[in-house]
Design a protein around this ligand. Structure first.
Ligand SMILES: *[C@@H]1O[C@H](CO)[C@@H](O)[C@H](O)[C@H]1NC(C)=O
Ligand SMILES: *[C@@H]1O[C@H](CO)[C@@H](O)[C@H](O)[C@H]1NC(C)=O
Length: 443
């Protein structure tokens, strides 16, 4: 197994963080451009690497080539319970893309407890993310779960695509009778798409509720305990300027996460949105050793792809062009399992590295290229809309690597309070996660 520290990422993040407190450096994405050939894959967190960077969450649009990302396993109907443990979950450090061997990939620390899976967030960590190994290109996904609680603690259940289309359920730990809904098109931040909904019955922490996202080519419907709480139609998302529908429309992974929106190092808006600064001495942490969300059952029901979908096979989704629109998706027979963490979509069979043992006994990677994105967990990217441009201030990059074309980016988060229509802007949630990751790496 290859584990290289994300030292470059850490340097970049800290460089930005020290100066402005709410910027990190995206290595790939809109306005930043594509990843270079030696680290061709653009991760969910907008960083470049190989190996696991080219698997789940890989952004074809901003990778070196469209084909750099490993093809995405097609949707598979699935019901996961954890009554006999969490063997259906594999660590991101061990997963090379064989979706037949695992239903979920974990970053962070999932724990088996009493026939359930706990998403945990120990003190000073960035929590846990669980991602489906198969993608969904329309379907109904469902989670029966209890959220975490406490100021600054965010639980999430989302759909997230390679090109950053996204559909969300989110809970902040100070509103245990509410759930927020949201969606994004290609990661473009729009502050008016969020919803805030009451959850009837017991609190989201005390009681299991079932949350469903029903996603078709024409609409998204959010359900709580079988009751529709919101519907968004594609026809209402027409963008006259771009002549596109700003509607999630590309194959997506199902993701669940627990992450610290209330880290003191986060942007003020993020902390405020998350309900305040996180308290690592919270009773839940004292009792269990971590904050936790409790997952009882997960379901994926696949719908048919769009009637006019391009079919050249039945095994994997790939992109045929860079538009990132529904029409660019092709169903292919291309394989999707890597031989090692040095592989990518254009070289699935790349052999594992020969370990070079130095005279002092240490193992010294000669070629430091990141192979595992997000490192030790991290929030979902969700709300983590990365906005580049407009804020490209060269002077804030305190990092030492010189890569030309590097751009400092601002992370933004947003939703609207349905009842008032007031846009309540929140900034920097991705930064929260990124700073936390950097902290863990440096320590
Ligand atoms: C940043 O640096 C690039 C390359 O040196 C330069 O072209 C650009 O104008 C600079 N941008 C700002 C905002 O200073
Ligand atoms: C959602 O609504 C609840 C109850 O009205 C409120 O306390 C909470 O602040 C709202 N959350 C957001 C993000 O608007």
């Amino acid at each position: 197994m290859v584990k290289f520290l994300e030292s470059l990422l850490a340097v970049a993040i800290i460089g930005g963080a020290v100066v402005s407190g709410n910027t990190i450096k995206a290595e790939c994405g809109k306005d930043v451009g594509k990843c270079p050939e030696n680290k061709p894959c653009c991760s969910q967190y907008s960083q470049c690497g190989i190996g696991a960077y080219c698997l789940g969450g890989c952004d074809s649009k901003f990778s070196f080539k469209l084909e750099s990302c490993v093809p995405a396993p097609v949707c598979q109907n699935k019901a996961t319970t954890f009554e006999s443990g969490i063997d259906s979950v594999v660590s991101i450090y061990e997963y090379l893309g064989d979706a037949s061997k695992a239903d979920w990939v974990a970053e962070g620390k999932p724990v088996a407890w009493d026939g359930k899976l706990l998403l945990t967030m120990p003190p000073d960590s960035v929590g846990t993310v669980l991602s489906s190994t198969h993608y969904v290109w329309y379907g109904r996904v469902s989670a029966t779960m209890k959220t975490s609680r406490g100021a600054g603690v965010v639980s999430a259940f989302i759909l997230f695509s390679g090109v950053k289309d996204e559909i969300d359920f989110e809970w902040v730990g100070v509103n245990l009778h509410n759930v927020q809904s949201n969606y994004y098109f290609q990661g473009i931040p729009v502050y008016t798409n969020g919803g805030n909904h009451t959850v009837d019955g017991g609190s989201t922490y005390d009681e299991y509720h079932t949350y469903d996202i029903d996603w078709t080519p024409d609409s998204i419907t959010w359900h709580v305990d079988g009751k529709v709480i919101r519907t968004k139609y594609k026809k209402d998302t027409w963008n006259e300027e771009t002549k596109n529908y700003d509607f999630p429309q590309t194959p997506s992974r199902v993701q669940l996460s627990l992450w610290p929106g209330g880290l003191p190092t986060n942007a003020e808006g993020t902390i405020e949105w998350a309900g305040g600064v996180i308290d690592w001495n919270h009773p839940d942490v004292k009792e269990a050793g971590y904050y936790y969300a409790t997952v009882k059952e997960l379901k994926i029901e696949c719908y048919d792809p769009p009637a006019d979908a391009k079919k050249k096979g039945s095994k994997s989704y790939i992109y045929g062009d860079e538009s990132g629109l529904e029409s660019s998706v092709i169903i292919s027979d291309k394989p999707y399992i890597l031989k090692s963490f040095l592989g990518s979509g254009t070289d699935l069979d790349k052999e594992p590295p020969k370990s070079t043992t130095t005279s002092n006994g240490g193992s010294q990677p000669t070629d430091v290229v990141e192979t595992i994105p997000g490192n030790n967990g991290g929030g979902t990217s969700t709300h983590d809309i990365i906005e580049t441009g407009g804020n490209t201030d060269n002077s804030t990059s305190g990092n030492t690597d010189t890569g030309s074309g590097d751009t400092t980016t601002t992370q933004k988060v947003g939703f609207t309070q349905d009842s008032t229509g007031d846009a309540f802007k929140v900034k920097g949630s991705m930064m929260a996660v990124a700073v936390a990751i950097a902290g863990l790496v440096i320590v």
